[in-house]
Design a protein around this ligand. Structure first.
Ligand code: KG4
Ligand code: ZN
Length: 346
C-alpha cells in the first residue's frame, strides 16, 4: 500500500447507495443514488425495497465513480464498506460487493461503522483531526455524543428514545408533510418565530443533568407537539406551520447544542464536529456556530450533502482506520445492524 492509501468506500445501510474514492483524506470522486422516492408513499423506509434498489444501483454507481476518478479497480489499496448499524438486508448488499472486490483484487477489507463515518467524513472537507474531537452525530436513527481520539471512540451519551431526525419525521407526518419530514420542517422553520411556542427541553434540569448529563430524549417533545396539534384541531384552529416548525426545531437544536457545550467544557475538548442527516438542519447549524464559537470551540460541520448518507463518509472512515493502524476485517464479517458506535472497524 502506498503512503497515502487509495480507498474505495461503499455505503448501503439505509436508502442511499453511496460509492466514493478517496486518496487519504482527499475525495477524488463519488456517486450517490437514493431510493427515497420509492419509499415516500409508504411514509417510511421499506427494507425490502431498499435492498433491491441497492442491488440495482451499486454496479452503475461503482462504474461511474471509477470513471470520474479516472482509475481502474486494480489501483485501489483498500475497500471500506459499512458493516453497521443499519438495515440488515441493505448492509448485506454492500458487504457482498465489497467482499467480492477485496477477494478478487487481493486488497484489505475494512467493515466500518456508519455512525462514526458521519463524523469522520468532516476530515475530507476540513482536513485531518489534529487531536481528540467531540462528535455530535444526529441522524434518523442516532443521536450520540462521542469522543474520537485516533482510532479510539468513546460514547458519552445517546438518545434514550427517538433520534432527532426520527422525531422530526414523526412530527412531519402529524403535520401532513411529505416523508421525510426533517427537511420539510427545516424549510418551514426558516419563515417562523422560534419563540412562538414553548416546547419542553428534556433532560436539562439539574436532577436530570446529574443522571443523564450527555443523554438526549425526544419522545416527550414529540408527544408535546402531537398534543399541541390535537388541541388546535379540536378548537378548529389552523396550526401555524412556520411558527410551529421553528419552535419545534429550536427546542431540539437548543438541547443538542447545550449538552455538547457542557461535554466539551467537562472534558476540556477544543474541537466539536457535527455530522449525520440531521446536521443538515439549518437551525442546528446556526445555533452550533453561535454557541460553540462563543465558548471558544472550533466548530467543524460538513456541508449538507456530506451530512446525509454517502460513500465519502465510508471512504473517510476506512482511511481513518488505516491511518491509525487498525487491522482489516476478515472476509467472514457479516452485517451488524446494531454495531456499537465505539467500534470503528468490525
Ligand atoms: O444520516 P441520514 O441520512 O440517515 C440515517 O443514518 O438515519 O439521516 C436521515 C435523517 C432523516 O430523519 C431526515 O429527516 C433528517 O436526517 N434530515 C433532516 C434534514 N435533512 C435530513 N432533519 C432536519 N433538517 C434537515 N434539513
Ligand atoms: Zn446515516
Amino acid at each position: 500500500m502506498s503512503n497515502v492509501p487509495l480507498v474505495l468506500g461503499i455505503e448501503t445501510s439505509c436508502d442511499e447507495t453511496g460509492v466514493a474514492i478517496a486518496r487519504g483524506f482527499d475525495l477524488l470522486a463519488e456517486t450517490v443514488a437514493s431510493s427515497m422516492a420509492e419509499h415516500a408513499r409508504f411514509g417510511g423506509i421499506v427494507p425490502e425495497v431498499a435492498s433491491r434498489a441497492h442491488l440495482e444501483a451499486l454496479g452503475p454507481a461503482l462504474a461511474a465513480t471509477l470513471e470520474e476518478a479516472d482509475l481502474g479497480l486494480n489501483q485501489l489499496d483498500a475497500i471500506a464498506v459499512t458493516a453497521g448499524p443499519g438495515l440488515t438486508g441493505s448492509l448485506t448488499v454492500g458487504l457482498a460487493a465489497a467482499k467480492a472486490l477485496a477477494w478478487a483484487l487481493g486488497k484489505p477489507l475494512y467493515g466500518v461503522n456508519h455512525v462514526a463515518g458521519h463524523a469522520l467524513v468532516d476530515q475530507l472537507v476540513d482536513g485531518p483531526f489534529s487531536g481528540p474531537v467531540l462528535a455530535l452525530v444526529v441522524s434518523g436513527g442516532h443521536s450520540s455524543l462521542l469522543v474520537i481520539d485516533g482510532a479510539q471512540i468513546t460514547q458519552l451519551g445517546q438518545t434514550l428514545d427517538d433520534a432527532a431526525g426520527e422525531a422530526f419525521d414523526k412530527v412531519g407526518r402529524l403535520l401532513g408533510l411529505p416523508y421525510p419530514g426533517g427537511p420539510e420542517i427545516d424549510a418551514l422553520a426558516r419563515r417562523g418565530d422560534p419563540a412562538a411556542i414553548a416546547f419542553p427541553r428534556a433532560l436539562t434540569r439539574p436532577k436530570d443533568m446529574a443522571l443523564h448529563r450527555y443523554d438526549f430524549s425526544f419522545s416527550g417533545l414529540k408527544t408535546a407537539a402531537a398534543r399541541w396539534i390535537e388541541a388546535a384541531q379540536d378548537d378548529g384552529r389552523e396550526v401555524p406551520l412556520a411558527d410551529f416548525a421553528a419552535s419545534f426545531s429550536q427546542a431540539v437544536a437548543d438541547v443538542l447544542t447545550a449538552k455538547t457545550v457542557v461535554a466539551a467544557r467537562d472534558l476540556g475538548l477544543k474541537t466539536v464536529v457535527i455530522g449525520g442527516g440531521f446536521s443538515a438542519n439549518s437551525q442546528l447549524r446556526d445555533m452550533a456556530r453561535e454557541r460553540f464559537g462563543a465558548s471558544g470551540l472550533e466548530v467543524r460541520i460538513p456541508p449538507p450533502r456530506y451530512c446525509t448518507d454517502n460513500g465519502a463518509m465510508i471512504a473517510a472512515a476506512g482511511t481513518h482506520g488505516i491511518v491509525h493502524g487498525l487491522t482489516p476485517s476478515g472476509l467472514g464479517i457479516g452485517a451488524d445492524s446494531s454495531m456499537p458506535s465505539t467500534q470503528l472497524v468490525a
